[in-house]
Design a protein around this ligand. Sequence first.
Ligand code: AOS
Ligand code: ZN
Ligand code: ZN
Length: 406
Amino acid sequence: MVDRAYALFEEQQQARGIDLNVVKEKLKSLKIETPSWGYGDSGTRFKVFQKEGVPRTPFEKFEDAAQVHAVTGLAPSVAIHIPWDKVEDYGKLRSHAESLGLSIGAVNPNLFQEDEYMLGSVTNADAKVRQKATAHLLECVDIAKETGSRDLSLWFADGTNYPGQGHIRQRKTWMLESLTTMYQAMTPEMRMLIEYKCFEPAFYHTDIADWGMAYNLAQKLGPQAEVLVDTGHHLQGANIEHIVAYLLDEKRLGGFHFNSRKYADDDLIVGTVNPYELYLIFYQILDAARAQDAAIRQNVEQIAYMIDQSHNIEAKIPAMLRSVLNVQTQFAKALLINHEEVAEAANRNDVLAAEHAVRRPFEFDVTPLLVAIREEQGLPADPMQAYLNSSYGKNILVRGKGGASW
Ligand code: AOS
Ligand code: ZN
Ligand code: ZN
């Protein structure tokens, strides 16, 4: 039975020239990867809070992640972080993930938590440290082979706090050297996603500070290297959707780490601070999906949508649910943009009409549409409520406190 709210919504969208059947198919194909570290204990630089019920092992992290996917149908893969998710047998972790209806997603090397890396990892002035860091990158390529992961996500804490502390150009060379070694070890199916960040933990300079530096590295490395945009890693006021459009036009947008921020790399639940920014990012992606150039359209198909958040004060599984649902909502709204309407207005230099055509769908309530696709997919109409009604959150409390951190 077609719900009245949906019927009215469909009528309204038809009048705008939007075919909801096309929109529904695109919505059903949205996949968002959740991070294993988003299920563990986390905190700020002031305190890591220990919570009851936090997973004690990588296996339990996948069990929690499976809850998010079960009620949303949106999150079938989980990114892992090495060594946080180091296990004896990755084949076993992979089978465990598969038994839960999940796959292992991006492999994230960790080059920031050992004392030796205090002054840098692949850019450290000490050749032994650089070698150790590069060996870890190679270890992660091997792990990706075992887990069946396509993507290797690289983020470096490397940088300096004071002018003169490190030689910026020399460090740039060392970075490229190390990444080249890693790139050469990758199989042809793998992708290297290079993340950038303007500051933190280093406060004077970061070795890969912005998208341009990441893009330059990717270009030098080859077609399997792409840029990863973490929405929290820009200076205030940066136009992230412009960066997204630019990288898509260059066919080098590898993926996203979604999260929200008000000030710096706050790692808050995506879509809670500036949902319009997320919507406009999807507007650029959907515009690129209509590009004449098939390579741009192919890049759109291969974007890895990933969450990168730290749930310090929130219940972890509901926080992850809120995150993937917020992404789905903004994607749904952006799918209602009539691109011809925008182009027509822009071509006749009608600024207000063009802005209106982009903004108007952001103001629609897409609940009837989301409920309709969930019904068609056999999913609960209200995934958050369905999870809260289940006993999972209570049952995991037997794990006690002191689970995995990050
Ligand atoms: C750090 O700021 C980054 O966002 C990285 O993606 C990092 O690897 C991730 O937060 C897990 O530590
Ligand atoms: Zn990130
Ligand atoms: Zn970050």
